[in-house]
Design a protein around this ligand. Sequence first.
Ligand code: FE2
Length: 173
Amino acid sequence: MNMFGEARTENVSDAVKLLVIDHQKVERIFSELAASSSVAARQSMCAQLDAELSRHTAVEERVLYPFVRTSISNGQQMIDEAVAEHDEARRLLEQLVTADPSSGEFTAVLEELQRAVDHHVQEEESELFPKLEAEAPADALREMRRVVNGGYTISLISMSSQPAIEISSGIRK
Ligand SMILES: [Fe+2]
């Protein structure tokens, strides 16, 4: 991991570290996608982006968001916004994977999706995660870490054996 990555994860608790690492992975795929011009490379990177966003979104919606809604001040409103942003990302991702990778439409949708995801990541890392860490009791954060970890294990098992279950419940429905 580079210095920027370490700086972003060293001050957060274990409960959200995996989610920040996911954000970095997605940002890396976006830069690789923007830099590549080959249709085959773009298709394979789109598939990676789809899988990463689907898994990450499923964990956030199943574990993090219900916890924030009930445990953090203003949680309801923050999560209503976050869910609307996930829905928008789903719509754009659906458009991206069906667009011709050599078309102008692909580039336009990719830029729009990247802007939407960047905005969402900024909000989570600069508002939601710090608020969670300031307000949630330590034992609740430990419990959330345990459940987040469990969510990742389930996702990985499901994706390797029965991908339809996890992917269909993730960012693409
Ligand atoms: Fe996130």
